[in-house]
Design a protein around this ligand. Sequence first.
Ligand code: G3P
Ligand code: CA
Length: 361
Amino acid sequence: MAVTAATALALVGAAPATADRTPDTTTAHDDFTIVGHRGASGYRPEHTLASYELAARMGADFIEPDLVTTKDGVLVARHEPEIGGTTDVADHPEFADRKTTKSLDGVNVTGWFAEDFTLAELKTLRAKERIPDLRQQNTIYDGRYEVPTLQEVIDLAKRLSRELRREIGIYPETKHPTYFEKQGLALEPPLVRTLTRNGLNRPSAKVYVQSFEVTNLIELRRVLRVPLVQLTSASGAPFDFVAAGDPRTYADIVSPAGLRDVAKYAKGLGPEKSQIIPRDAAGFLTTPTTLVTDAHRAGLKVHPYTFRAENAFLPADFRSSAVPSQYGDLFAEIAAFRAAGIDGLFTDNPDVAVAQEQLAA
Ligand code: G3P
Ligand code: CA
């Protein structure tokens, strides 16, 4: 996305840069969108300001907060409502009685849930690494960072846009919209209010809003002026469809006819990467599907997820060893997907995606 420094400053309402700030030169990918997935979550506990800041400094175009809500209706960045996996809540005896079991999109989950905590209570917790077995190096940051609000993420993006002299976009995702709506804590009103209050509810804002559900995106289309992205999984169906008895699945959504329907409310598609290049039974990449071509034909950008450097997440073609935590060849994986025509990607390792872009130029 081509944004000059001057445009970026105008968009964020920033003061002119001082002479000692040199233009950021780490982003050569004007036509390719690099999204810092949960920040730079390959290097810091996900969904912390430290993770987002590192992603921006590594050259990501966008930082990606997944959004859930507190009991008092404040949007915060977590990948799921259950916060035991990414915070130290289990070490807080004062919250022991909050542990419970809930049905989350039809699956029973036991733990502590963001919507059972006020923001003030949530702010007493500290983030921790989600996958310490794979990312042991990130655990040195455990206990050091708060759970950020959406407003704090926006404030960070604005501050870094000024400092780096290029606009850092935000790419928020509404997590489990039906689940939260059924609890009287719908995510969409505070999302619209927050974007509007920050001057970001306009077509030229560097913002994408994404969801795995369909209904909330169609409703957001009526009130949001920023582009929307329909996320899809390699299996299953949007939970709003399931809850309503609608038989359509993600496979239907990524059919040519389904993509034409998506294009009526969204500007982009965020597929799981195997929907673009499937893997065989041994984990090797196979022939690309027609999804990118079909989506482009419908007028949709394609931003697949999630590109990660560890062998555990790479196709067998690019693994360096049988050790899941060791790095394989993420450069090669990204190159294969770029050859398949994608317009951008979500990555836990934005520095690798930026370097891949620069080396391929
Ligand atoms: O939003 C793109 C990608 O992040 C979707 O997967 O589960 O990591 O939010 P997830
Ligand atoms: Ca996400």
